[in-house]
Design a protein around this ligand. Sequence first.
Ligand code: ASP
Length: 306
Amino acid sequence: MRRRETAGGARVPTLIVHGGAGADPADGRDELRAGMRSAVAAGWRVLGDGGRAVDAVEAAVRALEDHPRFNAGRGAVLTATGTVELDASIMEGDRLRCGAVGAVRGIANAITLARRVMDDGRHVLIVGDGALQFARAAGMPECDPASLVTERQRGRWLDRERTAGAAGTASAAGTVGAVALDRHGTMAAATSTGGIFGKLPGRVGDSALIGSGTYADSTLGGVSCTGDGEAIIRVALARRALDYLKEADDATYAAQVAVDLLVEEGQGQGGLILLDWRGRAGYAHSTPLMPVGLMSPALPEPRLEF
Ligand code: ASP
């Protein structure tokens, strides 16, 4: 079991949630704030009651998948052919257990499917039709793929068609993620996305890749990333952020150095949230806006930092 013991016994539970590094600061900030607040509340209902970190991050991410304003689940961006293909991953840091799905269609809550992959334990990553078959075998509800397409995303896609926009280059607003530490000292992290707008069908980004978009190790901390997926993959951002945390023992500094790495070596833009093993939070982004929400027993209500 990868866990550090502390003299005081129980750990202070802490939750941090992000709503994507690509958000437009001029566009519907109140709606973003309401969505973030309800996601932090959903995670905190689990964590604040003494529940497990892995259940809390799943609950927080599910709330944002269900919210049409975020690029995950319903409201996800469309591929070049106008479909929704979802990526998600989840990790629990006591035993480095993890699960992920890539390019999955017809499932509204990809994070719960990733969780099923983790709990099943045979594999870490299942993609495409295989992921859908796995979901069926696990008894997960399927949905009409069209029900995940919002007017907003359909409109964006139609505009792109009209102007023959460049494929797969625009970073998407609203990938979602959460990191939690529970009172037992277990760290968990989760990330879910529709990927980047206009991506090629079958493209899988960092949000499905353990070590790139998501990582949790209860002896170090947990991370969820957002931004240019190809760049995040190139620098294995989530795991690298924990290496910085190990070196510096400063969550804010580690987050900032990791984002500098993404920009300088990865040649991409984005951001990340992290918690260290004690529950200290850090986050950083190179983009104009990344919605962040936090909750711990010291706070009277979810704190939004955007
Ligand atoms: N990282 C996600 C991807 O490339 C997109 C995002 O975070 O905005 O699939």
